[in-house]
Design a protein around this ligand. Structure first.
Ligand SMILES: [Zn+2]
Length: 51
């Protein structure tokens, strides 16, 4: 089983994905995305480390 990374587009094994749930307060509601570990570390983790 594989998922497509939402950032780089690679198909990665399910075990190597990070599942992101985004819940904006708009009419489209919750979106879920999978990203690969390397994109998560490169793109997502820094977002939460900024001060
Ligand atoms: Zn990726």
């Amino acid at each position: 089983m594989t998922e497509q990374c939402g950032i780089c587009g690679e198909r990665v094994p399910f075990d190597a994905t990070v599942h992101l749930l985004v819940n904006p307060q708009d009419e489209e509601g919750i979106r879920d995305r999978f990203v690969c570990q390397s994109c998560h570390e490169a793109e997502i983790t820094p977002l939460f480390q900024r001060r």
